[in-house]
Design a protein around this ligand. Structure first.
Ligand SMILES: Nc1ncnc2c1ncn2[C@@H]1O[C@H](COP(=O)(O)OP(=O)(O)OP(=O)(O)O)[C@@H](O)[C@H]1O
Ligand SMILES: [Mg+2]
Length: 217
């Protein structure tokens, strides 16, 4: 199986909004990095939520690693596909940075020592050591974003979706993030990255996909 994610002839309309996709198809391949661009409101975030099963297509089918998302729980999709939200505070729920990183794995019964070692590694990579005992919602915007990415990587997803990952990061942090993504790419983790940052796109793209948006009400 070569396709990690397939969208087959999907249509989507928000219950109280407009049609965002009309008979849209897309294949994302194993190990490949696709950059998704398109103007504000063209449907980039909606597309990622359809892949994650957070939204269900009105028509058509979404498949993740060969399985239709209609028959998968949000939890099992989330184990295969790591998703970093456009607004990272929406995915932070713990009372400390360390707990944010370790809770999901400890909850599943993973070994405590190994989980702590992995968390320490993430704190180091994402330069969060100084705030490891802080309350996540009080972090700076850049710190929240780095924490959201780190906590998704803790789970060890096979594919990664990043919605505007460089927003609110300074150049040094973007470089650090780029190095992490390069490492993931080396171990064949495919990625869908929504970005408007030209240098970042150039560095990571295998393919660029520009969403046009549906043009009628
Ligand atoms: N919950 C919602 N209910 C109704 N309409 C929505 C909802 N969320 C998004 N939309 C609409 O769907 C369209 C696509 O939105 P989406 O957030 O996917 O765009 P985007 O490409 O991610 O934009 P941006 O670049 O601003 O992040 C927009 O017209 C938006 O107004
Ligand atoms: Mg968006």
């Amino acid at each position: 199986m070569n396709n990690t994610i397939e969208l087959n002839n999907i249509s989507y309309k928000y219950p109280k909004g407009r049609k965002v996709f009309d008979n849209f198809s897309l294949n994302l391949k194993n190990g490949e990095t696709t950059v998704l661009t398109g103007k504000n409101g063209s449907g980039k975030t909606t597309l990622t939520k359809l892949i994650m099963g957070i939204l269900k297509p009105s028509f058509g089918e979404v498949k993740v690693f060969g399985q239709s998302t209609a028959s998968l729980s949000l939890g099992s999709i989330g184990e295969m596909v790591g998703y970093v939200f456009q607004y990272p505070e929406r995915q932070l729920f713990s009372t400390s940075v360390v707990e944010e990183l370790t809770f999901p794995l400890l909850f599943k019964g993973y070994n405590k020592e190994e989980t702590m070692d992995k968390a320490e590694e993430m704190l180091e990579i994402f330069d969060l050591g100084k705030v490891k005992n802080s309350y996540p919602l009080f972090l700076s915007y850049g710190e929240k974003r780095r924490l959201a990415i780190a906590s998704v990587l803790m789970i060890g997803p096979k594919y990664l979706i990043l919605d505007e990952p460089t927003a609110s990061l300074d150049k040094e942090r973007i470089d650090a993030l780029s190095e992490v993504l390069d490492k993931l790419k080396k171990i064949n983790i495919g990625m869908l990255i929504i970005s408007h940052n030209k240098d970042f796109i150039e560095r990571h793209k295998d393919k660029v996909l520009a969403l046009e948006g549906v043009n009628y009400e």
